[in-house]
Design a protein around this ligand. Structure first.
Ligand code: SAM
Length: 254
């Protein structure tokens, strides 16, 4: 068995006879999905023992992190979060980020989306989060509660001009109380959308994480009247078990 085989745990299985090594290697790269890759992932699945003092939920979280191909890729590619791949996949599908763009990043910590925006050519990113974010060259990162009065004006100032794109990965800190959490989710999406309507240039775009029931029909109607196209998409990097999806509005009419 070659080293490649052993790393992928396929041990020559898979009936790929006739294909070159290179082709086989290419097919094996990227996130684990189905068939042989899924078999390989299962074989190499790391189990975390329940230690004294470690809650079962922490054990499950740790196990998921250790076995998540996006977490490994983020480490390899130098991204601060696996969330970075959600923006990469959204951008690959919808062509959102263009060189020279001025971008607002809402809920930016720890900085994965900001890194992607800059890597893909944005000239300036202004980000905001409740949490402090380590410096990223080319970005102005503010510690601010976006729901506070005046936060929009501070972020607008940091942008330094009209935005080409507003990206929001805002996710409220949940309380466990369903009704309260739902209200928080709706409020954050609405705030992000109204901010986008306020700061975008004509032709601009808006991307926001929404949860099931996250964007009200009323908000969707507003967005549909102000943007040429409004779509929903759940990128592969978004975990199947997560209720999140993304709203993509393009062609701002001004
Ligand atoms: N896009 C980020 C990345 O790629 O690294 C991940 C963002 S994380 C999923 C969601 C963020 O929203 C959290 O860091 C959280 O602190 C932030 N957040 C939640 N409520 C907020 C608020 N009211 N104001 C600012 N940030 C908020």
């Amino acid at each position: 068995m070659s080293q490649d085989d052993s790393q992928n745990g396929e041990g020559g299985e898979g009936g790929e006879g006739g294909e070159g090594d290179e082709k086989r290697r290419r097919r094996r790269s990227g996130p684990v999905t189905k068939g042989g890759d899924a078999r390989a992932a299962k074989q190499f699945h790391t189990r975390v023992k329940t230690a004294r003092g470690r809650k079962y939920s922490s054990k499950l979280w740790l196990e998921r992190q250790l076995n998540d191909p996006y977490v490994a890729r983020a480490r390899q590619d130098g991204y601060r979060s696996r969330a970075a791949y959600k923006l990469i996949e959204l951008d690959d599908k919808f062509g959102l980020i263009k060189p020279g763009m001025r971008i607002a990043d809402l809920g930016a910590a720890p900085g994965g989306w900001t890194q992607v925006a800059l890597k893909r050519g944005a000239s300036h990113v202004a980000g905001v989060d409740l949490l402090e974010i380590d410096r990223i060259h080319g970005a102005t990162l503010l510690v601010l509660d976006f729901t506070e009065e005046g936060a929009d004006a501070v972020l607008k100032d940091a942008l330094g001009g009209p935005a080409d794109l507003v990206i929001s990965d805002l996710a409220p800190w949940t309380t466990g109380h369903k009704a309260t959490d739902h209200l928080r989710i709706v409020a954050l999406v609405e705030l992000a959308a109204h901010f986008a309507l306020d700061v975008l240039k004509p032709g601009g775009g808006f991307v926001a994480k929404v949860f099931q029931g996250g964007a009200t029909d009323e908000l969707l109607d507003i967005l549909k009247s102000r943007f040429a196209k409004v779509r929903h998409y759940k990128p592969p990097a978004s975990r199947t078990e997560s209720a999140e999806t993304f709203l993509i509005a393009t062609g701002f009419r001004g």
